[in-house]
Design a protein around this ligand. Structure first.
Ligand code: FES
Length: 112
């Protein structure tokens, strides 16, 4: 089963984690099933940006982002070339390394 290495996040997973996810699972569901409580404000319907992750390794193994996801990502805090909305990124058969950005747009607008 593919592994997902989750890099440390100060609140959600301070020590980082290594989890397993069957192919076909969204990265968001894989995180949630392993008690990494990533935000998913729109309930995974590709209508927010709170589930944003940066895929440090294995990006090319994921399904391609659709235009709607790309449009939303443009608004995400800390956007990078390998950013995805985790609820739309489906695990294939390769291992991944995933970073959860420090802020979501919700935090950014409250605190900055
Ligand atoms: S949870 Fe809203 S886009 Fe993923």
């Amino acid at each position: 089963m593919p592994q997902i290495v989750v890099l440390p996040h100060h609140l959600l997973c301070p020590d980082g984690a290594v989890i397993e996810a069957p192919a076909g699972t969204s990265v968001c569901d894989a995180l949630l099933e392993n008690d990494i409580d990533i935000e998913h404000a729109c309930e995974k319907s590709c209508a927010c940006t709170t589930c944003h992750v940066i895929v440090r390794e294995g990006f090319d193994s994921l399904n391609e982002a659709e235009e709607k996801e790309e449009d939303l990502l443009d608004k995400a805090w800390g956007l990078e070339a390998n950013s995805r909305l985790s609820c739309q990124a489906i695990v294939a058969d390769e291992d991944l390394v995933v970073e959860i950005p420090r802020y979501t747009i919700n935090h950014a607008s409250e605190n900055h």
